[in-house]
Structure formats: structure tokens, C-alpha cells
Design a protein around this ligand. Structure first.
Ligand code: PLP
Length: 393
């Protein structure tokens, strides 16, 4: 038998990808599948961004770039953060990453080891816990509650910090709940963190463009008291419909920048050159298509929430951000994962069971409304018929 390290028995996955594979297999058999599963925009990347990548290839950008990314793109990220949030960011603290995920991978790797605690949202993006367990650190869930509008509570978060805590992961707007944590709560957290100067914060703001109902996104870079221990995770995947390009960025404080640069050199050398030029066009070019996508998500959000609230046994809080609804299905009598699996098998509607996002996800489903209104309505119709006729297993 090959000997492997135990950490690989602890690393988890993102079940949304397994569900996607199962849905694709069913579609290949001729089944009519409606995907409200995987979290990616159903739009194409805007044409001017695609053209910029093609031009980069035609212009001969075929080689390695600097490990931290091409300078004009790092400058464009800093300028974009300044334009949107009035924050001063040096391009030298911006690193271009192959997607959003590698920033969580690297930051958890930097702080995680046996004997330390890392706080993460539950329900939350599954890779946080997976990576924490991989490093041998203790995963400490920060409860994200429906009765709190799926925002995190600063008081509860701070109460979970111990002398063992090295890293706190926060995510707003949030996957899988669509929750947005308001400015007052964030400021309470930031003020409280002054008591814990040894705790680093990783703020996952990948959905920062997608906030609704007049909310404005609060970027954690706005708070000088935590700037020297704040890692910002962001990227192009969701905002510009670029999930397959694998393009993201991080802002790293102090010496963490050099750690990340070394990890990049060891791992991927640099990000795909033409994708970086595409990212530059995305940030410096017209924003109307990105804005149109958000407006369209907002319309669908209303359709999905209204439809879910009419389903027997289902209630759905209004999500204020991202493109997910997280309906409470406890009164249907179904366990969430069984409901998701049976819905897929019997109706062809793809959803994700809440427990795939953490222990507190039981009793909920995640629906990504990054699909056409027509398909969303069709899916809701199928779910309605299913729940009216089919008793819980
Ligand atoms: N962070 C959150 C909260 C996400 O939901 C996702 C993707 O679903 C990511 C990060 C990863 O983004 P990327 O596809 O750019 O790696």
C-alpha cells in the first residue's frame, strides 16, 4: 500500500461540483435538467473582455508573467478599489491569483497548523472548512442565522476568539445564504478586533458587486485599524461572468505578500497571461454589461423568492446579495440533502442541500438563481408539484 499523509483523509470537497457532474450525466441521458446548482453566472463573458484576451494572444503574450501578475493589472485593481471604496491600496500589495479560491487556500495554509483555531462561517463556502481541516487546525464555526437575516453577528464572532485563534474568515455578500452584513455590524466587529491584534482576517468579497435593495458593500480595506492584518479575496469570476478563466486577486498585508508570492512561484508560477489582459479590459473598460447582469439577478431574485414562498412547507428570507436563495425547508419534513437528491432524480431540478455548506445548513436548500427567469419559473413549478404530491422519505 502506498503511504500518503493523513491530511488527505481530512481534506473535503465542494459538493456543487459533484452535483454538477451528476446533472450533466443525467442531461447526457436525455433528461430535461434545470440547473439551480453551481454558482456561476449564466451569461457569457462580455465581448470586449474576450476580445482583449484574443488580442493579447495575437500580440504575442504567450510567456510567463511575473508571479504576482502584470503591473498594469495590479495598478488597475488598486485604482478600481479606490474608485469604488475610496481606499488607498498600493499596487505592490495586490497579487493576481488564478481565481478566488487560491487566496483562501494560501491564507489558510499560512495560518493553519495543529493547535490553532480558525473561525469560519457556517453555513459558508465549503472550502474554508475543508482547507482548515487539511492543515490540522481546529475549525470553529461562526453561526450564520436566518433570524439574523443571514448576516454574521459581531458579538458572537468576537466571543469565539481564543488565544488559539489565528485567522477569522468572513464573507459578505455570502455564499450560500445571500446574506449581507451591514455596516454597523462590521464596524462593531472591527472595533472588537482591536482587542485581538494577533488575529488575521480574511475577507472574501467575491460577490461585492451584487448587493440589492439599496445596500452598499462595505469593503474591509476601509478600516485602518485592521489593514496590517487583513487579507482581501476578490476576483473576476462572478462580476464579469469569468468563472472558467480562473482569474482573481488578493490584497496581502506586510510579509504575507512575500509568502503568497513564494507559494505562487512554487505552485503555478503565474496566472495565464491572456486572462490577465482580459482582466485588465474588464476593470478599465465599460461596466454596463456587468451592471446589466446585476440588474438581471435582482429581477430573478424577486421571482425566485416569491415562488419559493408559495411552495408548501417552504419559507425563504429575502437575500440581500450574491445570486443565491437559501429557503428554509424544515416544514416539508424532508432532510435537506435527501430533498435535493430526490428533486434532481425525479424532477430534474438541480439544487444543493444546505448541509453541504455546514452543520447549520440542515433544513435549507441553496438555489443559485443564475439561470433564466423562464427556467426558474419552470423549476419552481416542478418543485411545487413535487412537494404537493410526494411525502418525505
Ligand atoms: N468565495 C466564494 C464565497 C465563492 O462562492 C466562490 C465561488 O463559488 C469563490 C470564493 C471562488 O471563486 P473562484 O471561482 O474565482 O475561485
Amino acid at each position: 500500500m502506498l503511504k500518503t499523509i493523513a491530511a488527505f483523509d481530512r481534506i473535503g470537497e465542494e459538493n456543487a461540483f459533484a452535483v454538477l457532474a451528476r446533472a450533466n450525466a443525467l442531461a447526457a441521458q436525455g433528461r430535461d435538467i434545470i440547473s439551480l446548482g453551481i454558482g456561476q453566472p449564466d451569461f457569457r463573458t462580455p465581448d470586449h473582455i474576450v476580445e482583449a484576451a484574443i488580442k493579447a494572444l495575437r500580440d504575442g503574450h504567450h510567456g510567463y508573467t511575473a508571479a504576482n501578475g502584470i503591473p498594469p493589472l495590479r495598478e488597475a485593481v488598486a485604482a478600481d478599489l479606490h474608485k469604488r471604496f475610496k481606499v488607498e491600496v498600493s499596487p505592490d500589495s495586490v497579487m493576481i491569483m488564478p481565481g478566488g479560491k487560491p487566496t483562501m487556500f494560501m491564507s489558510i495554509l499560512m495560518f493553519g497548523e495543529p493547535g490553532v483555531d480558525i473561525l469560519y462561517p457556517d453555513p459558508g463556502f465549503p472550502i474554508y472548512r475543508s482547507m482548515i481541516e487539511f492543515t490540522g487546525a481546529r475549525p470553529i464555526p461562526v453561526p450564520i442565522r436566518e433570524e439574523n437575516g443571514f448576516a454574521f453577528s459581531a458579538e458572537e464572532t468576537l466571543s469565539l476568539i481564543t488565544p488559539q485563534t489565528r485567522l477569522l474568515i468572513i464573507n459578505s455578500p455570502a455564499n450560500p445564504t445571500g446574506g449581507v452584513t451591514g455596516k454597523a455590524e462590521i464596524e462593531k466587529l472591527v472595533a472588537g478586533l482591536e482587542r485581538f491584534p494577533d488575529v488575521c482576517v480574511m475577507s472574501d468579497e467575491i460577490y461585492d458587486h451584487m448587493v440589492y435593495d439599496g445596500e452598499t458593500h462595505v469593503c474591509l480595506l476601509s478600516y485602518p485599524s485592521i489593514r496590517d492584518r487583513l487579507i482581501l479575496l476578490n476576483g473576476w469570476s462572478k462580476t464579469y461572468a469569468m468563472t472558467g478563466w480562473r482569474l482573481g486577486y488578493a490584497v496581502w498585508p506586510g510579509k504575507l505578500y512575500d509568502y503568497a508570492r513564494k507559494l505562487a512561484v512554487n505552485l503555478h508560477s503565474c496566472v495565464n497571461a491572456s486572462a490577465q489582459y482580459a482582466g485588465l479590459a474588464a476593470l478599465t473598460g465599460p461596466q454596463d454589461e456587468a451592471e446589466r447582469m446585476v440588474a438581471e439577478f435582482d429581477k430573478r431574485r424577486k421571482v425566485v423568492v416569491e415562488g419559493l414562498n408559495k411552495l408548501p412547507g417552504v419559507s425563504c428570507a429575502v437575500p440581500k446579495g450574491a445570486f443565491y436563495a437559501f429557503p428554509n425547508v424544515k416544514r416539508t419534513g424532508w432532510k435537506a440533502k435527501e430533498l435535493a437528491t430526490t428533486l434532481l432524480n425525479e424532477t430534474g431540478v438541480v439544487t444543493i442541500g444546505g448541509p453541504d455548506f455546514g452543520i447549520l445548513g440542515e433544513g435549507y436548500l441553496r438555489l443559485s438563481y443564475a439561470n433564466s427567469t423562464e427556467n426558474i419559473l419552470k423549476a419552481l413549478g416542478r418543485m411545487s408539484e413535487f412537494l404537493a404530491t410526494r411525502k418525505a422519505a
